[in-house]
Design a protein around this ligand. Structure first.
Ligand SMILES: NC(=O)c1ccc[n+]([C@@H]2O[C@H](COP(=O)([O-])OP(=O)(O)OC[C@H]3O[C@@H](n4cnc5c(N)ncnc54)[C@H](OP(=O)(O)O)[C@@H]3O)[C@@H](O)[C@H]2O)c1
Length: 338
């Protein structure tokens, strides 16, 4: 069988860059093309066999044309960007042959951040990517990533016979990335920035709100399995409505994260106290303002708890990398460096 032709986006980002690096390293036989708007200086040296298409996510014609020449698209970088996703689908369905689309979304779509009842408190709901699949595909408008998941849902209904879609829905990711650009995740760099304002790690209410986590290298094992299944014609993985993959391996409450972070920061001499502080909800909600959304509420006061059921059976997926607690010191050291 000829090696698969792959088109990847977000190859300079934390997730997309690590996917690119993992594919090149594990599957040098794959024929890979990357969409890049900024080409890192080291790119050609690091990845001499990866072809580059110059463009950004709004270069609809460039994207549609490029994906019409490949078998598999791995779309990372901005899980909410509609024009790029529409351009990818348009290009893929223009082909006669079956195509595969592996789209990065995230468990933010299941977060209870808009429900004030659970701000700073434990929500008992744990989502399964098998048992709750109907509910997952029925999330209300306005939830994070729902706009693009709706586009994928329509594509599944209209083109499911020739376009096989997998949604990768990781929770918060930790661990160092391996790509040619950004290698840091989101949670700890944001948390450190807000800790500097407050003077200590923090939580709201009783801080029992809980989120799932995954190490970037565990997530990559799942990506590789799904890409390998696509390369084998789809065999061995779920696609379409059932092709929805959580990747979580553990969970942590905000108060436990704040306590552990305080100990690490105090030991590093970065703060004066080794205990976190409880802040009013209104103050936490004001952190990380972004496009009119209160990302502070989402990051520090919400729950998004998931159970990774789908990947377990076919792929034997489980967390094998160091836990969040084992990695925390490095994670925080990296955030301090930025
Ligand atoms: N990190 C997490 O914990 C996590 C967990 C679940 C879901 N997610 C979701 O995954 C997505 C990616 O996260 P990330 O942490 O990998 O982000 P990131 O490190 O900021 O990477 C973004 C990537 O997308 C590219 N990009 C962004 N906008 C573009 C545009 N308009 N045109 C061309 N390229 C563009 C960037 O290219 P440049 O280098 O040129 O800027 C970069 O390669 C986000 O939507 C996030 O919500 C993240």
């Amino acid at each position: 069988m000829a090696p698969p032709r792959i088109f990847i986006t977000g190859g300079t980002g934390y997730v997309g860059g690590t996917v690119l690096h993992s594919l090149v390293t594990r599957h040098p036989e794959y024929s890979i093309t990357a969409l890049l708007r900024n080409v890192p200086e080291s790119f050609a040296e690091l990845y001499p066999n990866v072809r580059i298409v110059h463009g950004d996510y709004d270069s609809a014609d460039v994207i549609s044309d490029a994906v019409s020449k490949v078998d598999i698209v791995i779309h990372n970088g901005n899980s909410d960007h509609e024009p790029s996703l529409n351009a990818i689908i348009k290009g893929l369905v223009s082909k006669k042959e079956t195509s595969f689309l592996i789209h990065l979304s995230g468990t933010g779509v299941l977060s209870d951040w808009r429900d004030t009842k659970y701000h700073g408190k434990l929500n008992p709901k744990i989502w399964s990517d098998i048992d709750d699949i109907d509910e997952i595909w029925s999330r209300p408008d306005g939830e994070l990533h729902r706009n693009t998941e709706k586009i994928l849902q329509t594509a599944n209904q209209q083109h499911g016979d020739k376009l096989k879609i997998a949604v990768m829905s990781p929770p918060d990711i930790y661990g160092r990335g391996r790509g040619p650009g950004r290698r840091r995740s989101a949670y700890f760099p944001f948390f450190w920035k807000d800790i500097m304002t407050v003077g200590a790690p923090f939580y709201a209410e009783d801080g029992t709100n809980t989120r799932s986590f995954v190490h970037i290298d565990d997530l990559m094992e799942l990506y590789l399995k799904v890409v390998e299944a696509a390369a084998a014609g789809g065999e061995g993985a779920d696609w379409g409505k059932e092709g929805y993959y959580f990747a979580a391996t553990q969970e942590a409450s905000q108060i436990d994260i704040a306590k552990a972070t305080a100990r690490v920061l105090e030991a590093r001499g970065a703060i004066q106290q080794d205990e976190p502080v409880c802040l009013p909800k209104e103050q936490v909600a004001g952190f990380v303002p972004y496009a009119g959304l209160s990302i502070g509420t989402y990051l520090y006061m919400s729950n998004s708890r998931v159970r990774t059921d789908r990947a377990r059976k076919p792929f034997g997926y489980q967390g094998k990398r160091p836990t969040l607690w084992e990695t925390l010191d490095t994670e925080i050291a990296d955030a301090l460096e930025d």
